[in-house]
Design a protein around this ligand. Structure first.
Ligand SMILES: Nc1nc2c(ncn2[C@@H]2O[C@H](COP(=O)(O)OP(=O)(O)OP(=O)(O)O)[C@@H](O)[C@H]2O)c(=O)[nH]1
Ligand SMILES: [Mg+2]
Length: 340
């Protein structure tokens, strides 16, 4: 963590000195986003309502921090991180807290802050992480009645600053929720390098045909939203506590052992968030430096071309003036001689 902090400080100082100096000189709009620099590595949990986001967070934290239930449970975002004692702060307190780096969340509006929560818990797994739980995506008769704040803007904002984004689907709604699909297409565009798609609750499938049909439906729906020719990797998993289901009359349930491997992979991706953060910081800096270098090159080329043009114009002007002067001299000296 110390190394990560050192790296963050170095990245911040390169932004603040070299890049911003060049950027202001060449009038380049450098997005020095404070939101991208401070704070612990962030993992954002998105997905359909009741797809198991909060339960998965509790599983990682090894504690019942978030409420879970079949009906839509969360209606605001919750940031969960390590703390010596269990504590909950509301949104307004969080953004005005001098020691916590979340002041810029105030831009998302008072309605958003009213639903925002910040929780700390003494769990070792959270020591290097901030997990962000989000309200589940739903379909409603009218999109205006969905939430009191701009949910899409908040998703975009959190997704930009997250180091890993997990998108949860469940067997009930495999990519069939309008809000989930539209968020996928618009707000998550361009961040696919940090996106993991999870088909959760696979213990609910009664047989392999059921699983294949649902998996196919999810791929079919995703293919309409992700503009790549390959199917994205989908992690199929479930939480261990749910594996003990009754097998009434079902002689061949799907074997769940393989899905345990998938869950371990998701967990290790979450635990690898600090390494991802280091990658993201360096690649973000490189990409901004590259964009700035291209901008500076274009500016310099434009200035050179402009100077060349001005020089040519002056040359042409001097040529014309010289020609005119020569012509006047010739006219005076030869044509207008009195003896002619
Ligand atoms: N069968 C099964 N049920 C699960 C699993 N994970 C969570 N659940 C149950 O699914 C229901 C919804 O879980 P939540 O964790 O509240 O889901 P959520 O995505 O946070 O829901 P919202 O906050 O409403 O968006 C709860 O009743 C959980 O007990 C799983 O792996 N298998
Ligand atoms: Mg929840």
């Amino acid at each position: 963590m110390d190394d990560l902090l050192k790296l963050e400080r170095s990245v911040r100082s390169i932004y603040a000195t070299t890049l911003s100096m060049l950027a202001s000189r060449y009038r380049f709009n450098l997005p020095i986003s404070n939101k991208d620099v401070p704070g612990s590595p962030r993992v954002l949990f998105l997905g359909n309502h009741s797809s198991g986001k909060s339960s998965f967070i509790n599983y990682i934290a090894e504690a019942d921090i978030q409420e879970s239930g079949m009906a839509p449970t969360d209606d605001g975002f919750t940031l969960i991180t390590f703390g010596e004692k269990e504590e909950t702060l509301d949104g307004q307190t969080l953004v005005s807290h001098p020691e916590l780096d979340y002041q810029d969340l105030a831009n998302l509006g008072p309605e958003f802050l009213a639903k925002l929560q910040f929780k700390t818990y003494p769990s070792e797994n959270l020591r290097q992480l901030t997990l962000i739980d989000s309200p589940g995506m739903i379909d409603s008769a009218s999109s205006h009645q969905l939430r009191s704040y701009d949910f899409r803007q908040c998703v975009r904002r959190f997704a930009e600053s997250a180091d890993l984004v997990l998108f949860f689907f469940d067997p009930d709604k495999p990519g069939t929720t309008g809000e989930a699909i539209s968020i996928f297409t618009r707000q998550l565009a361009g961040i696919d390098h940090k996106l993991l798609i999870v088909l959760n609750k696979v213990d609910l499938f009664d047989n392999i045909r059921d699983f294949a049909r649902t998996y196919g439906t999810l791929c079919w729906n995703l293919s309409k939203t992700i503009p790549t020719k390959d199917t994205p990797r989908i992690y199929t998993t479930y939480l261990p506590g749910f594996a003990t289901r009754p097998l009434e009359g079902n002689t061949k349930p799907i074997p769940l052992e393989d899905f345990d491997i998938s869950r371990d992979e998701v967990v290790s991706e979450i635990m690898r968030a600090p390494a991802r953060r280091a990658d993201n910081l360096v690649s973000g800096l490189l990409s901004q430096a590259h964009r700035l270098a291209v901008h500076v090159k274009v500016c310099l080329e434009a200035v050179t071309a402009y100077r060349r043009l001005i020089n040519r114009l002056w040359l042409a002007f001097y040529g014309i003036v010289t020609l005119c002067a020569g012509a006047t001299w010739l006219t005076r000296s030869w044509w207008l001689k009195p003896e002619w």
